[in-house]
Write a protein that binds this ligand. Structure first.
Ligand code: GLU
Length: 469
């Protein structure tokens, strides 16, 4: 079993393409087959190296490793020219000298008559070369009969050959066209299963005729439906991120996106969470739904939280690094990222948020948030802050259990609720009124920084009291 993902590098790797890649990957692994990556970069004007890189990076980030490739179509032009010549020699293709104007005129006439526009076959039975005109090469599509194939997702599809015209396979400059290069490659690469978006379903009968002309075995085909936005329209930028790398940059874990994508059009009972091993074991392209599926960001967020909590903290921490860099926070200047993940995973939706909300554990802050200080660093808080400070100074170990004990015993001694101590402490430690539970906040801020910051808060409170007279 051999399958391939064959993106055109004309933009970022969007979630539709990523899901196709995932389905190819899973099916190959499920059947113990080979997964091949082929970059279809023959459209020289629209293909860019940045886009190739985005595809490679996106696949790597998602963990979709391939067994062969990446192959580049632009490196195979000689091979395409050879096959074009072979088809010409066998009279399965022919030169066509019809001008653009003529083709355009036929097209208009057919449209007016309510017909599907197609080449009328003028050069099919031998055309006189026209001076100064470089011909295109057209594939001689069979006359009459039908093309039938059993799509693994869509079921049986039947198309009459009369609906298919003689496709251009090489342009006047000799460059090959899409439907032709795909077939040559799929034959040369011995692809046995073609999985792709159903926007290609109309190409398949044409391609099948080319397979037959080449005397090649047909692969199986599976055309997967497109992904819609939550409003039912075709998924686009307007619905938020659509590029895989944008999801990475927005703070999603690849495990979350992969788990999310596999459920777009495929299911196994009502199970929502799938490990990669389970996906490989359970996935079958034949079970993919033929109806389009809608993207749902809330569900993706839910999965992201799940994986932030459930994956080993060290693994999550690896992904978190990128966001520390993006937020320009020096991870070496504070608690190990694993410790941070253990505390913050429950509190945020994304790794980006996690980084942004953890700055105080890694850097000193200039000033207390004004509103928070006004509310929580009032003169009455001097005593609780001093009490906690004294106890913390005497601690021999800085762990969550001990820290919790300190705050509790201070509250008990002063006979105040925990909040009366925790909120001033929180502002003292982070500059804001929002942070993880106070024991964990102390733990993450660390001993030296905590003591220093509480002393600073005490001074702040004393100055405030003095100002009030
Ligand atoms: N290169 C085509 C695309 O990106 C896919 C072709 C195929 O999978 O057959 O849409």
């Amino acid at each position: 079993m051999r399958t391939r993902f064959a993106p055109s590098p004309t933009g970022y790797l969007h979630v539709g393409g990523a899901r196709t890649a995932l389905f190819c990957y899973l099916q190959a692994r499920h059947e113990d087959g080979a997964f091949i990556l082929r970059i279809e970069d023959t459209d020289l004007e629209r293909s860019t190296p940045e886009s190739v890189q985005a595809i490679l990076d996106g696949m790597e980030w998602m963990g979709l490793d391939y067994d062969e490739g990446p192959f580049y179509q632009t490196q195979r032009f000689d091979r395409y020219a050879e096959v074009v010549q072979q088809l010409l020699d066998e009279s399965r293709a022919y030169h066509c000298y019809c001008s653009k104007e003529r083709i355009e005129a036929i097209r208009e006439e057919q449209m007016k008559a309510g017909l599907k526009p197609r080449y009328d076959g003028r050069c099919r039975d031998g055309a006189e070369p026209v001076e100064g005109v470089k011909p295109v090469v057209r594939f001689r599509n069979p006359a009459g009969g039908t093309v039938v194939f059993d799509d693994l997702v869509r079921g049986r599809i039947t198309i009459s050959n009369d609906e298919l015209d003689d496709l251009v396979i090489a342009r006047p400059d000799g460059s090959p066209t899409y439907n032709f290069t795909v077939v040559v490659d799929d034959v040369d690469m011995a692809i046995s299963l073609v999985i792709r978006g159903d926007d290609h379903i109309n190409n398949t009968p044409r391609q099948i005729n080319i397979y037959k002309a080449l005397g090649a075995d047909l692969p199986e085909f599976a055309h997967v439906p497109m992904i819609l936005g939550d409003d039912g329209a075709r998924l686009s930028k307007r619905h938020g991120a659509v590029s895989v790398l944008q999801y990475r940059d927005d703070g999603y874990l690849p495990q979350a996106l992969v788990n999310y994508l596999v459920r777009l059009g495929w299911s196994h009972g009502d199970q929502e969470i799938f490990s990669l091993e389970e996906m490989i074991r359970l996935f079958d392209i034949r079970d993919v739904n033929r109806k389009a599926s809608a993207f749902n960001t809330e569900k993706l967020d839910w999965l992201n939280q799940h994986y932030m909590r459930e994956l080993p903290a060290a693994e999550v921490a690896e992904h978190l690094r990128r966001h520390f860099e993006a937020e320009v926070i020096e991870a070496a200047n504070g608690p190990p990222l694993e410790d941070l993940v253990a505390v913050q995973a429950d509190r945020v939706k994304t790794l980006k948020e996690m980084a942004a909300q953890s700055r105080a554990f890694y850097e000193d802050f200039e000033a207390f948030d004004e509103t928070a200080a006004k509310k929580h660093l009032r003169p009455v808080t001097e005593a609780p802050l001093q009490a906690v400070l004294a106890k913390l100074e005497g601690l021999d170990e800085w762990n969550v259990g001990q820290l919790d004990g300190v705050v509790r015993s201070a509250a008990a001694e002063l006979d105040v609720g925990m909040g009366k101590i925790a909120q001033p402490l929180r502002v003292a430690l982070t500059g804001t009124a929002i942070s993880p539970s106070i024991d964990k906040t102390l733990w993450l801020v660390g001993r030296d920084r905590s003591l220093e910051r509480i002393r600073r808060a005490v001074e702040f409170v004393q100055a405030r009291a003095a100002a009030l007279g």
